[in-house]
Ligand binder design. Structure first.
Ligand SMILES: *[C@@H]1O[C@H](CO)[C@@H](O)[C@H](O)[C@H]1NC(C)=O
Ligand SMILES: *[C@@H]1O[C@H](CO)[C@@H](O)[C@H](O)[C@H]1NC(C)=O
Ligand SMILES: *[C@@H]1O[C@H](CO)[C@@H](O)[C@H](O)[C@H]1NC(C)=O
Ligand SMILES: *[C@@H]1O[C@H](CO)[C@@H](O)[C@H](O)[C@H]1NC(C)=O
Ligand SMILES: *[C@@H]1O[C@H](CO)[C@@H](O)[C@H](O)[C@H]1NC(C)=O
Ligand SMILES: *[C@@H]1O[C@H](CO)[C@@H](O)[C@H](O)[C@H]1NC(C)=O
Length: 280
């Protein structure tokens, strides 16, 4: 279902180019501020198989494997700005569950995902919508919720489960943060925003970077710098970049573009394979 998604073209042209200022950064930026590109893409359709549970007081999308034996493998899913209950993200989480993982995606937008500000075709309702202010508000909420939620998920599945973290765009920062702790065995991100060099040097767990070739938020020069930092610091990593894809391809691909669809599937397959490698 995930792979046969039908979708609608949507693009937003009225939001102005926006930059999210981080006042005093102690480390140089490596993935830029979220822009209107982070709110664009194609809506997929399908039937979500997961459920809505509350963990640490936060609504959480939960997708579980049909069959399970042996060590439990868990994925902490940090969504893009559309949130863990957006159909594309539900179908992606369902895909990971079909690969044997317990997948949990917290709603760190607390009922106010970007979808409330764009229509069915992902066009904005309100040309005056201030993305910068919305991102800043959401960052504060997420920074408060994520650590407590991570802990509660670990309590739910216990010390013997293998935990992994994947973040898309807005969510990449949380997979990098937890990837610097012993709370996960591996981390991954796709088309990230709002990262600094310290996220890469602090990292202690293996990292998969799934990247779009055309991405103003994480352009070639920044991607190369990230690889240099990982290499110089002896990190375990895998870097993949998909030609002729744009920011958002891993969650909001264009179903009428075979390259975009292949890249989205391959990104998801790579994330599952990466986590499998460190979860046994
Ligand atoms: C969005 O991405 C396109 C390339 O796909 C680029 O031309 C455009 O400048 C980007 N806009 C912003 C605000 O980043
Ligand atoms: C999930 O459940 C909570 C608690 O019942 C509710 O407040 C929230 O709106 C639900 N979220 C979705 C996306 O259904
Ligand atoms: C959008 O919000 C930011 C942060 O709150 C603020 O600095 C900026 O002036 C706002 N932009 C507009 C056009 O209102
Ligand atoms: C990196 O680690 C240092 C030392 O623990 C910490 O002060 C800093 O906030 C971390 N930076 C990021 C971006 O996580
Ligand atoms: C990385 O590994 C090499 C070879 O083992 C070693 O010489 C170097 O000091 C290490 N660098 C860091 C930053 O740990
Ligand atoms: C990139 O993909 C577009 C369709 O989205 C296609 O029209 C174009 O020819 C492709 N460019 C390259 C260099 O493959």
């Amino acid at each position: 279902m995930y792979l046969s998604a039908r979708a609608v073209l949507g693009f937003i042209s009225t939001l102005s180019c926006i930059s999210f200022a981080f006042g005093a950064l102690s480390s140089p930026a490596l993935a830029g501020a979220l822009t209107k590109n982070c709110t664009q893409g194609w809506r997929h359709s399908g039937t979500a198989a997961g459920k809505n549970v509350t963990i640490a007081g936060v609504s959480t999308y939960l997708a579980e494997p049909k069959h399970h034996s042996g060590t439990k493998k868990v994925i902490l899913f940090y969504s893009d700005v559309f949130g863990s209950f957006f159909i594309n993200n539900q179908l992606l989480q369902d895909y990971f569950a079909s690969q044997g993982f317990y997948v949990l995606g917290l709603d760190y937008f607390f009922g106010d995902p970007i979808g409330l500000h764009v229509d069915q075709d992902l066009h904005p309702f309100d040309p005056n919508f201030n993305l910068t202010a919305w991102v800043a508000k959401s960052r504060v909420q997420a920074a408060q919720a994520v650590p407590t939620w991570n802990k509660a998920v670990r309590e739910r599945y216990g010390p013997n489960a293998k935990y992994n973290a994947v973040g898309y765009c807005f969510g990449a920062l949380y997979s990098m943060e937890v990837g610097a702790t012993d709370d996960v065995v591996a981390a991954a991100f796709a088309h990230p925003g709002d990262l600094t060099e310290a996220h890469f040097t602090n990292l202690t767990k293996p990292l998969l970077m799934s990247c779009a070739e055309i991405d103003q938020t994480f352009p070639t020069v920044d991607r190369n710098r990230a690889v240099d930092l990982l290499t110089e610091n002896n990190k375990t990593y895998h870097y993949q970049v998909f030609s002729n894809t744009t920011h958002g391809f891993a969650t909001r691909s264009n179903p009428d573009d075979p390259n975009s669809v292949w890249s989205m599937r391959e990104s998801a397959r790579s994330v599952a394979g990466w986590f499998d490698r460190f979860s046994n």
